[in-house]
Design a protein around this ligand. Sequence first.
Ligand SMILES: *Cc1c(COP(=O)(O)O)cnc(C)c1O
Length: 393
Amino acid sequence: MPKKFKNRTALVHGGTRRSQYGELSEAVFLTQGFVYPTAEEAEQRFVKSGDDEFIYARYGNPTVRMFEERLSHYMGFEDGFACNSGMSAVSGALLALLKAGDHVVASRALFGSCLYVLEDILMRFGVSVTLIDGTDNAAWDAAISDETTLVFLESISNPTLEVIDLKHVCDVAHAHNALVLVDDAMATPVFSYAQDCGADLVIVSTTKHVDGQGRMLGGLIAGSKELIRGPIETYVKHTGGAMNPFTAWTHLKALETMELRVRAQAAAALQICEALTGHAKLSAVRYPTHAAHPQAEVAQGQSEAGGTVLAFEVKGGREACFRFLNALEVATISNNFADAKSIATHPATTTHQRLPQEQKDLLGISDGLVRFSVGLEDAEDIITDLLQALDKA
Ligand SMILES: *Cc1c(COP(=O)(O)O)cnc(C)c1O
């Protein structure tokens, strides 16, 4: 896509590859393999494949390539590698870049599976990991040293919506020649600021806002051509993490509407946050760019909106919180987020159930905490629903 077009246009046309049939909608190339006119050309393709030359779908596929280009360019990066889930992207990027003896600094408030990869898998292979409070700039300054190879964080944490001063972390990491890898699921590709702040690699679970309708699992690692077509591609293509072409095709179609959906959901999230703030049955309401968020200033300085999820704490602990959840009529009880359907999650008993109590306390995952993913329903219906359910808490 030539640079003169704006982002919304890039989401509709970016990366498009048309076959000889001139199809209007992107084609799904549901093929594992590719044929070569001659043995000599097959040999040549294995020596070096050109941009539009493919060998095997685990290495690359035209539909997947369209998706990689469309989303990574939209996010401001040179290239991307599409994976079969957000976690295969996270684990693929980490394992591609790290070796025994390396040191990683990460914020403690991480998605459970990311924490498992860092604490259990990487530690098992001799990588040392220092976990810190990511909201504390001084903690990053103290933990990152010349021994540090890589810094890993979620720009907005799940489920408590803590915000990290990403520019600061990138500057400190780069002063020590460490790479910065950002898990950007909560920030959304639309409001992501990771590239602006200087992150080297950004991972998105495309299961979330890219699909946006609760169907597909997927992930993308975006970064410079050098990293993506170097260590990242080499590792992921040989270990089997590639995205399948049908997922890439549904994602391409979903990207066409992503900005419209995510902007509407983010505007509704702020409106709902305002409607709930100060409610007698709630002890806290959080949305990153809302004035009452403890790090509102950092959040507002980094992005125009804080994603599509809010968090609030129902007074009266688990019993009151369950009464509230069970009284919801529009929102559904589930554990995903970024769906067209509003979703209420009780992290303490579901997504974060296995954490020991002291870790839940450290992360602020209380018995009254609700993570609320704002869907595409009418915001007034969502607010009415939340208020009537709070009455029953
Ligand atoms: C959902 C999520 C993941 C994992 O993505 P999957 O597509 O479910 O594998 C990783 N990190 C964060 C922050 C997430 O929200």
